[in-house]
Design a protein around this ligand. Structure first.
Ligand SMILES: C[S@@+](CC[C@H](N)C(=O)[O-])C[C@H]1O[C@@H](n2cnc3c(N)ncnc32)[C@H](O)[C@@H]1O
Length: 274
């Protein structure tokens, strides 16, 4: 019997299936804004947007929602245009824009929400550079605007390891390879590998060279550039200690956690609805 031909390898398809949930992300951003501000947001800027999948989900939530995706690289932007933007109806398309630009050079726009997901701001290894970025975010927000970013940590952050996740229904495995960690500077190299069933492993499909920042460091820099208040949304746990995907606003996290993901939410101004 002839061997079944696999479709061409599409790295962004496997990426989104493994590490992103644009629909849930867009809903989460809107929910957090409503929870803290007591009103509905409208304008989103998705920084480091890659394929701008979250922008495309944002405009589906509400007829008035608008989104701008910002990324330096034309390749994921083109992919997003072909695979996500093209699926929108005309009314939705009219409310999505992209800018191929450096996020640190953005200003203005009076956005309600600016987000930076999948730890993308970890590329800024120097405090001054991180501060320059946060300043540009602050300067682009509406007076009631908020900046939402994710962050990870836990004792595993200091340990090199490779974690495999099998997607049996999809016939592929995803590998999160924590390749190196330098405890002096907290600089780390991470790789994503994929392996489709019946094929050799595809090594280093994505590579990240990051500084693994901590929550208090981030909060300090946010405060310095003018943000008036910050909140942390921490993930709940299932009975067997795994993350349950539900994030709640907390004032303290759990100790002894080997690996956690949280969101930091920074308000340009303190909200009366808080
Ligand atoms: C880790 S990917 C994140 C993609 C998407 N936001 C997500 O949540 O999966 C990081 C993206 O940031 C972009 N990038 C890196 N430095 C940038 C900069 N200074 N300005 C704008 N985009 C940048 C890269 O081109 C890449 O698409």
């Amino acid at each position: 019997m002839a061997k079944e031909e696999l479709p061409e390898f599409d790295k962004y398809k496997y990426y989104v299936e493994s590490v992103q949930n644009p629909e849930e992300d867009a809903k989460f951003l809107a929910k957090v804004y409503r929870e803290i501000k007591g009103k509905t947001p409208k304008k989103l800027r998705e920084d480091f947007c890659g394929t701008y999948a979250t922008c495309c989900e944002w405009v589906k939530i509400n007829d008035h929602y608008q989104a701008v995706g910002v990324d330096l690289d034309s390749e994921p932007l083109e992919y997003g245009k072909k695979n996500y933007f093209s699926q929108l109806n005309d009314h939705e398309k009219n409310r999505v824009e992209t800018k191929q630009q450096d996020v640190t050079k953005m200003s203005g726009g009076e956005y309600d929400v600016i987000n930076a997901m999948n730890f993308s701001y970890f590329i800024f290894k120097e405090r001054e550079k991180l501060k320059e970025y946060f300043q540009s975010v602050y300067d682009s927000l509406d007076k009631d605007g908020m900046f939402i970013m994710d962050i990870f940590g836990g004792s595993d952050v200091e340990v090199e390891s490779v974690e495999e996740t099998e997607y049996e229904d999809e016939n592929f495995s995803y590998y999160w390879d924590h390749h190196s960690f330098n405890p002096i500077e907290r600089h780390s190299i991470f790789h994503i590998h994929f392996k489709r069933k019946g094929e050799p492993k595809r090594e280093e499909v994505f590579t990240y060279d990051w500084r693994v920042w901590t929550i208090p460091e981030i909060r300090d820099v946010l405060k310095e550039v003018g943000f008036k208040n910050t909140h942390v949304y921490w993930e709940g746990t299932t009975d067997d200690g795994e993350g349950n995907g539900e994030f709640k606003r907390v004032t303290s996290g759990e100790s002894g956690c080997e690996s956690w993901i949280a969101y930091i939410v920074a308000e340009a101004n303190v909200s009366e609805a808080n």
